[in-house]
Design a protein around this ligand. Structure first.
Ligand SMILES: [Zn+2]
Length: 437
């Protein structure tokens, strides 16, 4: 009996319990569910760490297709044991391991999409291989991004089953195989994910949770990125004639003009842009890998100049607005020169912070409080890189950051706080419960 139930029993015995003092039946039910979830998460906690060790010890660098699939099979076994029907989405055509999809439909409440990824940035040749436990923390490739998050998701589902709250839920789990290096074109590698998002009511993404100064955060938005290239051309000739009507200003000054105006004129909140490489002279050769060569002399007006860079923005509208400003700046060429800009290279859409995402995060925070845990706050979108949640957010309320809490994603020594796995699992389970009613 909880303290509250005990007090209520006492109040009834003393004849003090007026109608207004009796908690509504649902409150009692919610209390029972919360207690059952907590007890189940705690009971499952040691097995969760074992599972994290098994998932981490199996290398699953994005290009290690057999390794990624092996991690997928471990997850498939766990999900089948929870009564999910599973299937694989083949990706051979674009050189990636298959995605794993698991579904169950109890016919109640919102249609939930739970997403995560099973690949990591650590390919088999990387020296950072082992899972090591040091007291309350563990290190290993992908423990934080995001094998810990997969464990949180499974712990939440197991707790819901133990609390008798899984059967009625309508859940699709979608685990991508290539989040760290999406198969191109992304229209193909994300097609099935987007289709499921379109018929879902809420997406919960189990990438890393963030904790700072004792406060917990999740995300309703994150920036996307796109690459760009400016190519300038001028008339080659002797340096003594530069700035004359006949010679013009040369490609190097023209490219400098463009970049200088980018630097001064494009600044706005939530936007960054960088020049990663620039070349000027003649016979420029630039490979996709970012290796270039150029010829030039101090006394020759250069015929060509090129720069490549990236652009990171928070909304599709912002991306398009900045691209348009860049085109206008590029078009205003110096005498005797021309420049063009193209948007190319790797591209990831932004996840726009929408009101429906904010409303979902408010429910998550409410679920946290219902579990006796602190509120969950909204993370500054600049503090989270691009990810799969951006592909689904245009179609469905989406939040991310429900996963493990740790440090150093993508770097050797990446770690996870094991004491936070059960905390995150409790919150996620209660949110799923609330949305499934
Ligand atoms: Zn990730």
């Amino acid at each position: 009996m909880t303290t509250r139930q005990a007090l209520l029993a006492l109040a009834i015995a003393l004849g003090l319990a007026g109608a207004a003092r009796v908690p509504p039946a649902w409150a009692d039910g919610a209390q029972r569910t919360a207690s059952a979830i907590s007890a189940a998460v705690d009971a499952e906690a040691p097995a969760a760490v074992d599972l994290l060790e098994r998932l981490t010890t199996q290398n699953s660098g994005s290009f290690n297709r057999t390794g990624v699939e092996a991690v997928g099979r471990m997850l498939e076994a766990e999900l089948k044991a929870l009564g999910f029907r599973t299937r694989w989405v083949p990706m051979d055509a674009i050189g990636r391991a298959p995605h794993l999809v698991a579904e169950r439909d109890g016919g109640h409440g919102q249609r939930l999409l739970l997403i995560g990824h099973m690949d990591t940035v650590f390919e088999p040749f990387h020296p950072f291989r082992k899972f090591t436990r040091n007291g309350d923390s563990a290190t290993g490739p992908g423990v934080n991004d995001m094998k810990g998050g997969l464990v949180v998701m499974l712990s939440a589902l197991k707790a819901l089953r133990a609390a008798g709250a899984l059967d009625e839920a309508r859940i699709t789990v979608f685990i991508t195989s290539d989040e760290e290096a999406p198969g191109e074109p992304v229209e193909q590698s994300r097609r099935e994910l987007v289709e499921i998002a379109k018929r879902s009511d809420a997406t919960l993404c189990f990438e890393s949770g963030i904790s700072r100064d004792g406060r917990d955060y999740a995300s309703i938005g994150r920036r996307g990125f796109t690459g760009w290239r400016v190519a300038s051309e001028g008339r080659p000739g002797h340096s003594g004639g530069i700035f004359s009507a006949q010679q013009g200003d040369g490609a190097a000054f023209e490219l400098s003009r463009v970049l200088s105006r980018f630097h001064d004129e494009l600044r706005e909140p939530n936007l960054t842009y960088n020049v990663g490489l620039m070349l000027g002279g003649a016979n420029i050769k630039l490979e996709d890998a970012g290796i270039g060569s150029v010829a030039g002399k101090a006394n020759i007006v250069p015929a060509e100049a090129q720069a490549i860079g990236d652009l990171r923005a928070l909304t599709p509208a912002q991306v398009e607005r900045v691209r348009q400003r860049m085109r206008e700046i590029v078009a205003a060429s110096l005498p005797g020169t021309t420049s063009t800009i193209s948007f190319e290279g790797a591209e990831y859409p932004p996840m726009e912070p929408t009101p429906r995402n904010a409303a979902l995060l408010a429910r998550y925070s409410e679920a946290s409080v219902a579990m006796g845990l602190p509120q969950v706050l909204t993370l500054d979108p600049l503090l989270r890189g691009a990810g799969d949640s951006a592909f689904v957010s245009p179609y469905v309320a989406t939040i991310t950051g429900l996963g493990a809490v740790g440090q150093g994603a993508h770097a050797a020594g990446e770690s996870v706080d094991l004491t936070r796995l059960p905390v995150q699992a409790r919150r996620a389970a209660m949110l799923i419960r609330m949305l499934s009613r």
